[in-house]
Design a protein around this ligand. Sequence first.
Ligand code: PRP
Ligand code: URA
Length: 208
Amino acid sequence: MHVTIVDHPLIQHKLTLMRRKSTPTSAFRQLVNEIAMLLGYEVTRDLSLTNRTIETPLEEMESPVLAGKKLCFVSILRAGNGLLDGMLSLMPSARVGHVGLYRDPTTLTAVEYYYKVPQDIGDRLAIVVDPMLATANSAIAAVDRLKQGGATKMKFVCLLAAPEGVRAFNTAHPDVPIFTAAVDRELNDHGYILPGLGDAGDRIYGTK
Ligand code: PRP
Ligand code: URA
């Protein structure tokens, strides 16, 4: 199983608060936002830098800035949008793509209903975000679609993963590293992560 578990104490604490069924929508949404920022920090740790000549108030210097084109966050709708704002607050100039997918409740296969990403996605690092990696059908379908659309360099970021999903994603896309706050025990018969946090989209948007 290839996965980076981001075990920063702030992330682990906030994730525990999110898991509790008594946590209301407003707090859940705020926590997703905060964790997204912390995950965003970790997933961008190896971005390349290049030196630029600048002038401080005192003298000229060579100082590092991010190299290459701005990266692109790709949100898997709809729950992925919960992670966007936190990530964008770190990188306000990033581009944003959307892949609309829902999980058929019976077959658990991913059904696409929307796709829009920057035309030059092939020239950018694409950071694909979705809070949950359960069967991984949605994440695999999203990355398949992005590869068809020209994306070449991707990372996948989620809050929670199931071991089954990590293995399936590793097999389908060994070139795309996974970052998550935790890998839980297993999936139940309905494809929900145990112990998990429930349905991420419903909890972010208060739809259930
Ligand atoms: C949830 C979640 C993932 C997917 C994970 O989305 O946000 O996209 O399920 O499950 P999987 O790994 O088994 O595919 P859902 O289909 O509930 O849609 P939503 O984001 O619109 O709520
Ligand atoms: N999608 C969710 O939102 N939660 C799960 O546990 C599994 C899939």
